[in-house]
Design a protein around this ligand. Sequence first.
Ligand code: PEP
Length: 261
Amino acid sequence: MKKFIIGNWKMNLNVHESSLFVAKLNQEVPIEKDIEVAIAPSLLALQPLSLQIDHKQMKLCAQDCYWRDSGAFTGEISATQLRGLAQYVLVGHSERRHVFDERDRDIRFKVQAVLRNGLTPVLCIGETQMERKDGDTEHVINDQIASGLLNVGSDQIGDVIIAYEPVWAIGTGDTAQISDIEQAVKIIRAQVAHMFGKEAGKNIAILYGGSVKLTNARPILCAEGVDGLLIGGASLIAPEFSGMVKIAGEVMKEQTEKEAK
Ligand code: PEP
């Protein structure tokens, strides 16, 4: 099993700045065994960065895509157009759901489009502060998984990554408690198992996102069932991002040694 460290740059850095930042990452990000690193720059920067990055060091992730493969959809970009540029695509990020009012149906179609085009969807799910206060977290997670993965084939589920990102923790500096993350991960695995079988529930890669930084990355990476991090703000600070890749490598090594005993 691998661990994933994905940096979401959101709507930051122009093409030139992105290139300079990648040059810095290229110097700092270590290549760790079984750690998959990806960055999600602006769509504009994907093409030049695809020529600049060291593909052994990191991969590229798109922040979104449309679900049709081509056609009269002005301003949109399809998973088909991302082929050869990005390997991963974020789907249903909370900013897409809540700022752009993206619906469950769009998210489900996007997951299918990404898979259809041979890329890996990172399906983002998570409850709002209000839903959490109302005790609806489990219900929301189950619904978002059931809806987002509807019509995904049992032969495709192994290619899906889930990112649990409580909305109230994104960009706020508030990180979820380890026990809450572990509980959410358990719920996600049970729901995936319910839909696709026990093995799928056990094997699906689940990331945590929400105000992760260098100082809190280790306990989150060590949390039961967590396979990596989706990092927003801190991914734009080279020593923070590279430091988290290094920590992921250390945690992976510790866990592998523990399992071997
Ligand atoms: C994100 O953009 O997915 C995210 C988790 O952001 P931040 O790390 O800034 O909370």
